[in-house]
Structures are given as structure tokens and as C-alpha cells.
Design a protein around this ligand. Structure first.
Ligand code: SAM
Length: 219
């Protein structure tokens, strides 16, 4: 594992014990994000599902509950986050595989009907995001979707005022958070090969984007 990933793993390992108690305070619409994600997946119920930056496994739990025929894989750089996901998903262990992996250097071997990432892609730099999106396109079945629920940089500085964002981000954010605009993400998804992209839900600097891989052409 490269040093940046090791530092990230250490940071998220330290956060893991407090994560579940804090995330809903930090992202008050965390549930609404998941409702949106599940509604999107219902458009074409997935059989094989991948969660990038799965954290303590809440998204995996919601998806496995909503789609009883689905199996899932969750990747995360932090062993402590993964340990909590393992505990949360203990009753579903036959349907889920959890693996330590740096999504900046994605080790994705199978193909999936749907790939999601909730609040994790913003930890990558722009070049890493572009690389990840190309790898994801390669591993989504034709007609499948990639959903990114995340923080996005306001398109112009004035919007930070409207969103009531702090003037100075805290030092942890500067080191680990690298949000880009929603427009940048959409352009990179198109460049990666996705046939259609959209913003499905957005509130202040948090949003849910979706990208569709084209259906296989009929012969
Ligand atoms: C803010 S948490 C989100 C967790 C979970 N998806 C959720 O919605 O609650 C960010 C997660 O991304 C993981 N992460 C950060 N950088 C990563 C990387 N380069 N590769 C894999 N996982 C990463 C962290 O370990 C952490 O679990």
C-alpha cells in the first residue's frame, strides 16, 4: 500500500469507533441520501453490487435488506472501519465480501450491476477520481449504474456563503478531503465512457450523482 493510503487508513482507523455516532450530525441528510440511492437502484434491481469506501457498512446493509437476492462487495482502506462493517453485517456474511483496498488503485476483478460510493470519492485527488471512474466503467455491466453520493465543491465561491460553509476548513479536511465540483464529476464520468449522467439529488454541498453505462447493442 502506498504511503498516502497508509496515512488515510490510519486516519479512518482512528475515526472508526466514533464514526456511526458522528456521521448523522455531520451529514444531517444521510438517511435521505440512502433513500435516494435505494430508489435509484430499484429502477433496475442489482444482483451484484459494489460499495467503494464502504466504511462501517451502513450502505451495504441498506442495499442487502432492500434487495434480498443481491450479493455485495465492500472495499475500504481502513481495517477498523471494515471490522465494524463485519460486525454490522454478521447476519448476512454469506451475501457480502469485505476487503481492504485503496480505491485510488482499485482492485476490481468482477463485474457489477451497480457500483456506489457514499462520502468516499471526495477523499481522492482529481487524477485519482478520473482513473477510478474509468476502472468503474470497465466493471459495470451494460445498462448498470454508478452512484456517487458525496460532498461537492461549490461551483463558485459565493455559493459557500449560501451553503453556510466555514471560511477556513479544519486541518483534517485539508489533508483528507479533496472535493471537486459536481460539474467536474459529470464531465469525468462522460469522459470515462458513461452514456448518461445526472444530478439526482442535491442539498448545499452534498449531492447524489448517477452515471449509466449504455445497454449492450442488440444484434
Ligand atoms: C466519510 S467515510 C464514508 C463511509 C461510508 N461510505 C458511509 O457512507 O458512511 C469515508 C470512508 O472512505 C474510506 N476511504 C478513504 N480513502 C479511501 C481510499 N483511498 N480507499 C478506500 N477507502 C477509502 C475511509 O476509510 C472511510 O471508511
Amino acid at each position: 500500500m502506498v504511503d498516502v493510503a497508509r496515512t488515510a487508513a490510519q486516519h479512518f482507523d482512528e475515526w472508526a469507533p466514533r464514526y456511526d455516532a458522528q456521521i448523522r450530525e455531520m451529514v444531517p441528510r444521510y438517511e435521505e441520501i440512502h433513500e435516494t440511492l435505494i430508489a435509484l437502484l430499484r429502477l433496475r434491481p442489482p444482483e451484484r453490487f459494489l460499495d467503494l469506501g464502504a466504511g462501517t457498512g451502513y450502505t451495504l446493509l441498506r442495499v442487502l435488506d432492500a434487495f434480498p437476492d443481491a450479493t455485495a462487495t465492500g472495499l475500504d482502506v481502513s481495517p477498523e472501519m471494515l471490522e465494524r462493517a463485519r460486525q454490522r453485517l454478521a447476519g448476512l456474511h454469506e451475501r457480502v465480501e469485505l476487503r481492504q483496498s485503496d480505491i485510488a488503485q482499485p482492485e476490481i476483478s468482477a463485474s457489477y450491476d451497480a457500483i456506489v460510493s457514499v462520502l468516499a470519492v471526495h477523499h481522492l485527488y482529481p487524477d485519482q477520481k478520473r482513473h477510478l471512474f474509468s476502472r468503474i466503467w470497465e466493471h459495470i455491466e451494460p445498462g448498470g449504474i454508478f452512484v456517487i453520493a458525496d460532498y461537492f465543491e461549490p461551483a463558485v465561491a459565493r455559493l459557500s456563503e449560501l451553503y453556510d460553509l466555514p471560511d477556513e476548513p479544519d486541518p483534517h479536511e485539508v489533508e483528507h478531503d479533496h472535493p471537486d465540483t459536481a460539474a467536474d464529476h459529470l464531465a469525468w464520468l462522460i469522459a470515462a465512457g458513461f452514456a448518461a449522467v445526472d444530478v439526482v439529488w442535491k442539498y448545499d454541498d452534498v449531492g447524489v450523482l448517477v452515471a449509466w453505462r449504455a445497454e449492450r447493442p442488440t444484434p
